[in-house]
Design a binder for this molecule. Sequence first.
Ligand code: ZN
Length: 515
Amino acid sequence: MSEQTPLHAVERLRQHLHPIADLAAAAALLAWDQETYMPPDGAEGRANQLATLARLIHQRFVSAETKQVLEAAEGAAGAFDPDSDEAGLLRITRRDFDKITKLPTEFVAERARARAISTQVWREARPKNDFVTFRPHLEAMVDFARREAEYLGYTDHPYDALLDNYEPGMTAKDVRTLFARLREVTVPFVRAIAQRGPVVDAAFLSQDYDEAGQERFGLDVAQAFGYDLRRGRLDRSPHPFASGFGQKDVRITTRYNRQDPMSAIFGIFHEAGHAMYEQGVSPALERTPLSRGTSLGVHESQSRMWENLVGRSRSFWSHYLPRLQQVFPQQLRGIDVQTFYRAVNIVRPELIRVEADEVTYNLHIMLRFDLELALLEGTVTAADLPAAWNAKMQEYLGIVPPDDRDGVMQDIHWSGGSIGYFPTYTLGNVISVQLFDAAVRANPSIPGEIGGGEFGTLLGWLREHVHRHGRKFFAKDLITRATGAELSPESYLAYLQQKFGEIYGLGVPAAAGTR
Ligand code: ZN
């Protein structure tokens, strides 16, 4: 009796959760391997392994024992400051427990198996432009998503149940409101840029650049940002990603195109941003449900900050262009900073989301959001999707892909059943600017430091206000605490208009300051 102090109760909960976190890390490592090194015929066995792990994780987490240790710890919750790690652990474990217990174990295991097979089919079908082979797997993924939404429950729209997995508390209605505001500014802005015409000849970036040089430069910069290679590594995969197995092993991948070196280089900056977030989580949260990013929107804000606000800035290239020229002296001879800066910031509708510029990027997300809503509502089926995709491309970007490979099959997400996920990319863009502005307000030296190849002040601010907390605070609260304001698209829109208005000689449209 006397040994059951509040700290003891939380410690018991923590001990109970440790092996569950270990199993989840093992499953994540198997998934990482599937994307990087696993031979194609390993897919069947891997699907079984992932299904077994998903079953074990689910069974342990929804068990009577979890319920009992969680309730015991909650009985002691009054002893903890709401900002403490203990209170955070109780808050998040309760949220996860209430959600995950709504899903039957067999559903979770069966879905894990189907996802592993489906991504493997996608991986092989995409290069062959073979939507027909992929289609039944996509249908199955949509069906799993619908069933999950029914199990979890929702008030307005099944989408809300799924989005909440990635962006806790956010709804389709919130996304619609945000997207309407972004569209209102972006669409005329893209049109004005198109009318202005090209301001730079970027042909020098389409020469032959060897992969080793791309990798060396990308990793040098990622380390300068603060990505710790003692706790990370870089590999190749068809779709770049970051994956962590605790904060001491957070890996990234990229893909290389010899005729487009900036794709891999910005890809490495991007994934390093994700990885630094997880490397920066407080060690005290290790092996608990708190030891990762709080939401995918906040996660994406970290990748987009390093990729765009740092990596696509003029001051960054004033320092790093001479270094890139050392790696590729022939290809970049005589290129000045202004030319390079404009070349890596060309605004032009593209087929591929991950290659999109900062201005048109969110239009790719709006398209996917519209289609996901329609899939869940049943107004569009998997069979309709290629045509629906092309129609939306025409509507939002004014271009149509020549095939499904660079159209509906371009992203890995739907193949893995991640439906309700895409809006977090746009949220990430929005949050990245709000956080960056707050960091610069607190430390006006940051832009100058970036021009000197120094990133420690920015990283330190992010560590303090974002990274170390892991999942302890919900995204909404984290943003308010870090920036002193609620999430809003206005600083993001002002940033886009200022940066690209200057590059394209447009000035800042009058509408920018009115809201
Ligand atoms: Zn990302």
